[in-house]
Design a protein around this ligand. Structure first.
Ligand SMILES: [Zn+2]
Length: 396
């Protein structure tokens, strides 16, 4: 147990079925005019969620302006355009309605709505300018419609700079949402494949924050519970998206995994995935993570088995009485079973036209763009180690 840590989790979270309605009455709305940010797919309009949110904001005395261009693997251009819309219309807070891409974009838009220059000036890695935004950010409200990134409970926002193939996570105390609403009823419409991808993203947030060398007791508790809940309920929700018990348990697992990302941090598995989807934006984040995972975590478990037995037990795998290395590998057995149960076993990197020659480029990019996560990974990985992990994922 690591009893040397910093704990900061300032987001007010309204959690539960039907909680969206409280947007109309909550005293914690942080402004009078919202920039409502949604995805370009049109889903929020089709499902009626956008109209509902605008009406609830109105009931609570707030006007709305809509920005609707966010795409999966969101890009800088839309952050800057959204921020310009917020400025032109005098918005005093930003409300993100949707999945991780939309909520992350809302955070970045909130920063750029009150700060000068370009978004990449403030990014702390890769080709980013490493400046500190002088003016903080507009207050952020996050309403999540998927159980995936946990971004409603953390300060992180992941945006891609397409011309340089950099997909970089960033955040500060101002990019924690002021208010988040997690209403599992909004997640019923998520299709099976997206349910599987987003669920695995939350799963790996829990696993990685548990393994990170900067783990702390509060995130340990949350991470192990999230691993258990996702192992049990993700296969159920993939099979039957209308099962409200499964949706609710997964929504909570996702939110607690987000808290883990605030208190501990993801490790280099995420750096390695970001490199893939920076070059191949058609690869969903959760899919990329899953395709890498058996190779990546086997490599770690063989070299530093500590903490893996706890994860194996959280997945319901029998680890008792075995030597430590075998207990650690029981987690890999559990991981393989879960991937199979949710129908992602057949997905391979080659299906996305990724070439073997790309793998070294990915390895270099993962250090360049997201190198700091290697510093908190419990096994020291060299560039060649990372290439080996990609190759194993590619060929197995
Ligand atoms: Zn993630």
């Amino acid at each position: 147990m690591n009893l040397n840590f910093s704990y900061y989790m300032p987001t007010r979270i309204l959690f539960g079925c039907g909680k969206l309605n409280e947007l109309g009455t909550t005293p914690y709305l942080p402004g009078k005019k919202a920039l409502v940010v949604i995805g370009a797919s049109g889903a929020m309009k089709k499902l009626g969620y956008l109209d509902r949110v605008i009406k609830l904001l109105k009931d609570n005395g707030a006007e709305s302006v809509v920005y609707d261009k966010i795409q999966p693997n969101p890009v800088c251009e839309h952050v800057e355009e959204g921020a310009a819309v917020a400025k032109e219309n005098g918005c005093d807070f930003v409300l993100g309605l949707g999945g991780g891409s939309t909520l992350d974009s809302s955070k970045s838009i909130a920063v750029m709505a009150v700060n000068p220059g370009q978004y990449w000036d403030y990014i702390a890695r890769g080709s980013g300018g490493r400046k500190t935004p002088p003016n903080g950010a507009l207050p952020i409200v996050a309403i999540t419609t998927t159980a995936g990134t946990g971004t409603e409970a953390d300060p992180w926002t992941v945006i891609t700079k397409s011309d340089t193939n950099e997909k970089i996570g960033w955040g500060n105390n101002f990019t924690f949402p002021r208010l988040s609403i997690v209403d599992p009823e909004l997640m019923v419409s998520v299709p099976p494949k997206t349910t599987a991808y987003t669920g695995m993203d939350a799963f790996f947030h829990s696993v990685e924050t548990y393994l990170a060398t900067i783990n702390q007791p509060a995130s340990d508790h949350l991470a192990l519970e999230a691993v258990s809940l996702i192992t049990k309920y993700l296969p159920i929700a993939v099979k039957d998206g209308t099962n409200m018990e499964a949706r609710t348990k997964l929504a909570w697992a996702n939110t607690e995994a987000g808290m883990c990302e605030s208190l501990s941090c993801c490790i280099s598995h995420h750096s390695m995935e970001h490199a893939i989807s920076a070059y191949y934006p058609d690869v969903a984040h959760g899919s990329g993570l899953t395709m890498l995972s058996v190779s990546y975590f086997s490599y770690l478990a063989e070299r530093n088995p500590a903490r893996f037995p706890d994860l194996a037990r959280a997945m319901g795998e029998k680890a008792e009485g075995l030597p430590e290395k075998k207990q650690a590998m029981a987690f890999i057995t559990g991981l393989k079973k879960l991937i199979k149960k949710i129908g992602l076993k057949e997905e391979k990197l080659a299906d996305y036209n990724i070439k073997k020659e790309d793998l070294r480029t990915f390895a270099e990019n993962s250090f360049y763009a997201m190198g700091s996560l290697f510093d908190i990974t419990p096994v020291k990985l060299t560039l060649d180690d990372v290439v080996t992990i990609y190759e194993k994922a590619y060929t197995d």
